[in-house]
Design a protein around this ligand. Structure first.
Ligand SMILES: Cc1cc2nc3c(=O)[nH]c(=O)nc-3n(C[C@H](O)[C@H](O)[C@H](O)COP(=O)(O)OP(=O)(O)OC[C@H]3O[C@@H](n4cnc5c(N)ncnc54)[C@H](O)[C@@H]3O)c2cc1C
Length: 608
């Protein structure tokens, strides 16, 4: 039976026919794996997500977590699902065998994780944060820190958080005020308040490992003075045994629009609510060297940003499939060319306008999924490509693509959820169907992990200019390679290649023009528009890539019995849709950017 969470056939197409992940098993890191092990773990993820995560998605939304001043309570299904998840070992799917991981390629692990994000983004946030936390400590922590914190996280006994934001410092982390005082025994005592911390308190695990950004007094100002600390909810002895409560207190829960199954917290560090070793102050352990905190945290944030894009995609995808199912069974109206009231009504999928809304969703969510998995493949290249130059190339390309992979799905898969509501008509505006919750859940994604505006500044202000524009040059060259390959084919692929080639030329020209005057204020005034336009070009590239994979797999034909023929024809039509309806939007956007428009710059506060 087909799922309304994700499309199994699409995942197989992307992983095997396009990204050729099976070839990764030729590399030493993945040598133990095969197509069979990949299929088995994908099936496991689909089954556990379907049977243990999806069923309580609505219940966790309706009964959000509560705090009675002492304990946080969630509906019991959340813990039950997470216990099953821990047993599967999926949390550590991409981690090294040496820490208890499965050493799966990141591409396959991302596909597995998408099942959980589609089924229940609120519950899956706990392992998502825990994995990011574990990965950061694996990259920057000491052997002792890995033993003490990472191993229990891999086993599902401890959960992790990331504590960056403060009430007065969200986008501007330079302004955090949490301070970490060095102690004689090598530990630190932290004092400060952290806002918006996801998974910041609960009783789902034995302990919570907070990764906290704080400043050591006397350090450099701004971001250069930020350090990173492990601050556990419960102290852990040298033998791994749990000890006293650390001085980390839950001040209160935030009541959110969506993502309601994930607790979101205001945490107070070191205000004396608990007194470890007889005195106030949250005990923290420095990770790596002092003042390297933000760079280290970026390790987690980059991964988390791609994960946010994946979550946005999964929510868009499931909304699309649910609206598709609805459109197939909802009878309403008659064909435009024969409105005979004696004829039974037709399912709404027969109306071109409804098909437009479904095609738009399909082009957004399948385009976004391709980008997310492509980034997973780049991560695999970065880690395991045989030549250092190939690894560097993957790292640089991933760096440029990260703000797009975070933000494009957050904007357009949210737009897909909006269309999914529209396809449902009045029913979409009720709580009787899932699509309204998907929209509310997805609405977070342009906000957290760096807002849309901050990602835009990152792309235009940093990523395309870094190393004398090497990142942008690599992106353009890589898209150019696809354009060249498509150009050698006759017909539609060549025509779309021409369109994409022209759009990429504009990216280069407009970027140059924006920075030609050397005035960041002017260059960055319309950064969000730039992000949107470049994002559309990148997704058009993803569609041309998919079209090439369809051609390579035998054109629009394929094995009719396995459904490949329909899959391929659907890919062609969605690619066509994206190139005809979406890519042309970028023309006026690039025109406006190239004009160095100052409307937003010149608008004055008192004119509003
Ligand atoms: C549900 C939820 C979960 C979260 N989980 C976590 C978590 O686990 N850990 C954590 O540390 N944080 C978390 N956050 C915090 C999140 O990352 C911040 O909300 C986000 O970074 C924005 O900060 P802010 O809310 O202070 O908004 P502000 O920084 O005040 O931004 C408000 C608006 O101003 C714009 N803006 C701000 N500065 C600039 C600028 N320089 N240029 C252009 N525009 C700008 C922003 O784009 C935004 O539109 C979470 C937030 C939410 C809502």
């Amino acid at each position: 039976m087909s799922s309304t969470l994700l499309c199994r056939r699409d995942l197989r197409f992307l992983l095997y026919d396009w990204l050729d992940v099976t070839r990764l098993t030729e590399r030493p890191r993945y040598a133990e794996h095969s197509r069979e092990t990949f299929d088995a773990v994908l099936e496991l993820a689909e089954r556990v997500a379907t049977e243990h995560f999806a069923p309580h998605n609505r219940a966790a939304d309706l009964a959000e977590p509560t705090f009675d001043g002492r304990r946080v309570r969630l509906i019991p299904e959340v813990k039950a699902a997470l216990d099953v998840f821990a047993e599967t070992g999926l949390l550590a799917s991409s981690l090294d065998e040496s820490v208890g991981g499965m050493q799966l390629p990141h591409t396959v692990a991302a596909a597995c994780f998408a099942w959980f994000q589609a089924a229940n983004v609120g519950t899956s946030a706990y392992p998502f944060l825990t994995l990011g936390n574990a990965n950061l400590l694996l990259a920057h922590g000491s052997a002792e820190q890995i033993d003490t914190w990472v191993r229990p996280m891999v086993q599902g006994r401890f959960f992790g958080t990331m504590c960056l934001s403060e009430p007065q410092a969200g986008s501007s982390l330079a302004d955090i005020t949490t301070r970490a005082e060095p102690q004689d025994d090598g530990t630190y005592r932290l004092h400060g308040t952290k806002m918006w911390i996801s998974g910041g308190d609960h009783e789902l695990a034995e302990n919570i490992v907070h990764l906290v950004l704080a400043k050591i007094p006397g350090g450099p100002p701004g971001v250069k003075g930020i350090s990173l600390f492990v601050v556990p909810k419960v102290l852990v002895g040298p033998d791994g045994a749990l000890g006293a409560r650390n001085d980390v207190a839950l001040v209160g829960l935030n009541h959110k629009m969506g993502y309601r199954g994930t607790t979101n917290t205001l945490l107070s560090f070191g205000d004396g609510a608990h007194r470890p070793h007889g005195r106030p102050g949250a005990v923290g352990h420095l990770v790596g060297e002092p003042h390297q905190g933000l760079a280290q945290m970026f390790h987690m944030m980059n991964e988390a940003r791609i994960g946010v894009g994946a979550g946005a995609t999964a929510l868009g995808y499931t909304g699309y499939l649910k609206s598709l199912e609805y459109a197939r069974q909802r009878p309403q109206g008659r064909p435009l060319a024969g409105k005979d009231p004696g004829v039974p009504q037709m399912p709404i999928i027969g109306h071109p306008d409804v098909r437009r809304m479904l095609l738009a969703q399909k082009s957004y969510v399948e385009g976004a999924l391709a980008l997310v998995l492509y980034c997973g493949r780049l991560l695999d290249e970065q880690k395991t490509a045989p030549q250092p130059a190939e690894r560097d190339r993957a790292r640089l390309l991933l760096d440029v693509l990260t703000p797009i992979t975070k933000s494009w799905p957050a904007q357009w898969c949210l737009a897909a959820n909006d269309l999914a509501i529209q396809v449902h008509g009045g029913a979409g505006y009720t709580r009787d169907h899932d699509v309204e919750q998907h929209w509310r859940d997805n609405r977070l994604n342009p906000i957290h992990e760096g807002t849309h505006g901050i990602q835009a500044l990152d792309l235009l202000g940093r990523k395309v200019t870094m190393r004398d524009g090497a990142g942008l040059a690599l992106l353009v060259e890589t898209i150019g390679d696809t354009v060249r390959r498509a150009g050698t084919l006759e017909g539609e692929a060549a025509q779309l290649a021409g369109q994409l080639g022209a759009a990429v030329d504009r990216v280069t020209a407009v970027t140059r023009r924006l920075w030609a005057g050397g005035d960041p204020e002017v260059a960055l005034a319309n950064a969000s528009l730039y992000l949107e336009a470049v994002g559309h070009v990148v997704i058009a590239w993803m569609w041309l890539e998919q079209l090439l994979a369809v051609e390579a797999a035998g054109g629009a034909g394929g094995d009719a019995a396995s459904g490949d023929a329909d899959l391929h024809a659907g890919k062609r039509q969605a690619a066509r849709y994206f190139f005809r309806y979406e890519l042309p939007r970028t023309g006026p956007q690039f025109d406006l950017l190239a004009s160095l428009d100052r409307t937003t710059l010149e608008m004055r506060d008192d004119w509003f």
